[in-house]
Design a protein around this ligand. Structure first.
Ligand code: ADP
Ligand code: MG
Length: 612
């Protein structure tokens, strides 16, 4: 994620002032969503019915639905935390959800069963976006020209695409999807500094995200991300609820009673943000919860977040004293004990002058105002990074990375590949995402084919594969045969049946598997190389063995091939390498004769003077 300052030449002054464009920034949160607007570098969060936070909940009943915290219809079913389902297959959703899911045949995302029919996560998000945008339009006095919507830095292509779909469904023009930590950095105006190294600590209702950003010569970039997709303020509430049950020697209640207990626990937690202790009542029990007790309950979870912070620092090869700023984001950073723990961990006072609930929406609004084209002087454009490496499958089931993770977007990278077999006219391309070396350990994003490659000997074709990620993180992969120009491409749409893990887990796994992955990769490469030799030699033998070799020579070659083929089926890399080398030597004479024969054939029938 980088903030690149670009001053437009000769802007402003001479041009007639056009209508100010209407734009808003939307923080589409797992727990709460907000809408904000900005003018000339000043942003404000818009209030909806007296509240700035709109709970990200849609209540469905038989004849319709309502959005937010409004008292639901008696028989309504409430759909919350839908952000977790965006761009995900059912098997990826490890979280306990309070509603029923049904597999969908049309999109990979599961559908939610509600009294008013089945709805997709994209539809639910669209309803939330719709309410916020409509409110923005009302305040700004007309239809919106554009919106900026924030997404977590780790959101992959499928999740971003689902978010864009939701915006489209709500009839919105998305100026850009912006990473939440980038938005927070913008809100604090950190892009105005010359250089810095910044941590964004974002603890929300159900998720924790930490991002390490670097700012240099006006370029502001996220260099590492981490966190926990199932850790947040809701866990604090559950810990308090358990404490209450323990104190009152009460049974764990079910259904509505459990919800009531959680609501009281949350209320007590919020009270302790303002005061040292509070009285809690639940059923016949009454007691006092103080800050010390709260901290003892939530300390293990805070420590977990700090562990993620250590990992991110290590990933970025940075120590806490090299940091210039630590920014607190998310409602749960207000919980007593959190800020203090973060301060002690990083050894500096974190930035928290802006409301942690609002920071992301404010940054989004500031960007929206600039991106929609309202000009005040210097332009600021933002760039993001891709969270996981992108690449393609090569022979031997290996992942070849084309764009490494944390590369700033938009970006285009190309690499050339070639055919494996003589006369191969089709190439299968398998687009992957992940940090591991072997295909099954990576996430499959798309498959497509390049057809009509002119028949050539193996290794002669030149196929250029280009990966292009646009400013919103959407990926286009294109394969082109360089001689004829035949090409084929794919824009990555949500692809499901994915690894049952979040990005953090993928990164951790990749780190712990580095050594074995490298070993397997080296072995696979040797196996592929051996198979390629055997394949080529087989084709050559079929064509020319009878005319160019005697029986003894044929047998010797065949034997060398058989021994190598056998070794290539095993795991002894050194042996495979040695035998490949041997086969090369044994076949050298044959290769030389074929070349001579080939030249004679080419010369036949041509006058000498044609051949210069
Ligand atoms: P998300 O980003 O997941 O949508 P938010 O950033 O809105 O979530 O954070 C919601 C969480 O913040 C909830 O768990 C809520 O209890 C907690 N929270 C909000 N205000 C306070 C407060 N004053 N004291 C303690 N926790 C708070
Ligand atoms: Mg948030």
């Amino acid at each position: 994620m980088a903030l690149l300052k670009i001053a437009e030449p000769g802007q402003g002054r001479t041009r007639q002032a056009a209508r100010r464009k209407r734009a808003v920034g939307i923080d589409l949160g797992t727990t709460n969503s907000l809408v904000a607007t900005a003018e000339a570098g000043k942003a404000r969060v818009l209030e909806l019915d007296g509240a700035r936070l709109l709970p990200s909940i849609v209540h469905y009943h038989k004849t319709g639905f309502s959005v937010g915290g409004a008292t639901p219809h008696a028989e309504a079913m409430s759909v919350s935390s839908v952000k977790r389902l965006m761009g995900r297959g059912r098997e990826d959703v490890s979280h306990q959800l309070s509603y029923k899911l049904e597999d969908s045949t049309t999109s990979g995302m599961p559908r939610i069963v509600t009294p008013s029919g089945h709805v997709s996560p994209v539809q639910v998000s669209a309803e939330i976006l719709g309410v916020l945008a409509k409110h923005g339009a009302q305040v700004l006095g007309g239809d919106l020209d554009g919106v900026v919507i924030t997404v977590p830095a780790y959101f992959d292509e499928a999740q971003r695409e689902a978010t864009r779909d939701a915006a489209r469904l709500a009839g919105l023009n998305v100026l850009r999807l912006l990473s939440e930590p980038t938005a927070a950095a913008v809100a604090y105006g950190l892009d105005k500094k010359l250089q810095g190294t910044i941590i964004i600590y974002d603890l929300g209702g159900g998720t924790f995200d930490v991002s390490l950003m670097k700012l240099q010569r006006g370029v502001f970039e996220v260099i590492a991300t981490g966190g926990d997709t199932s850790l947040g303020g809701d866990d604090f509430d559950r810990a308090i609820a358990q404490w209450i049950l323990q104190q009152g020697k009460l049974q764990t209640p079910q259904g509505r009673d459990w919800a009531e207990l959680l609501a009281r626990s949350k209320a007590a937690k919020h009270k302790l943000t303002e005061q040292a202790e509070t009285t809690v009542e639940y059923q016949d029990w009454q007691g006092v919860l103080d800050r010390e007790t709260l901290l003892s309950l939530i300390r293990p979870m805070i420590l977990k977040t700090l562990k993620s912070c250590s990992r991110v620092l290590r990933d970025g090869d940075i120590t806490s004293d090299e940091l210039t700023d630590v920014v607190l984001v998310g409602g749960s950073t207000r919980t007593w004990g959190v800020r203090e723990s973060v301060r002690d961990f990083f050894g500096r006072e974190p930035l928290c002058s802006l409301d942690p609930d609002e920071v992301v929406a404010i940054g989004a609004a500031l960007q929206a105002d600039v991106l929609v084209g309202n000009k005040y002087g210097e332009e600021t454009l933002l760039l993001d990074v891709i969270p996981l490496s992108l690449g393609i499958e090569t022979m031997g089931g290996l992942m070849e990375k084309i764009i490494p993770r944390n590369t700033t977007i938009p970006v285009a990278r190309a690499q050339e590949f070639t055919t494996f077999r003589d006369g191969q006219t089709v190439m299968a391309l398998h687009v992957l995402q992940g940090e591991r070396e072997l295909v099954p350990d990576c996430r499959s994003l798309a498959r497509f084919e390049l057809k009509n490659i002119p028949a050539m000997v193996a290794g002669a074709a030149r196929i250029r594969v280009t990966f292009q990620v646009d400013a919103d993180g959407l990926l286009e992969v294109k394969a082109e045969e360089m001689v004829t120009g035949v090409h084929s491409s794919v824009v990555v749409k949500p692809s499901f049946g994915l690894l049952d893990s979040d990005i953090e887990k993928m990164l951790v796994e990749a780190r712990s598997a580095v050594e074995s992955d490298v070993k397997t990769r080296t072995l696979r490469e040797k196996q592929v190389e051996a198979e390629r030799h055997i394949e080529a030699l087989n084709a050559a033998l079929a064509a020319d063995a009878d005319t160019l070799l005697d029986e003894a020579e044929k047998t010797a070659l065949q034997e060398a091939m058989n021994t190598l083929a056998e070794a290539a089926g095993g795991n002894d890399g050194d042996l495979i390498e040695r035998l490949t080398h041997q086969l090369n030597q044994v076949s050298q004479e044959f290769a030389a004769r074929r070349m001579d024969a080939g030249i004679r054939k080419a010369l036949a029938g041509h006058a000498i003077d044609e051949l210069d």
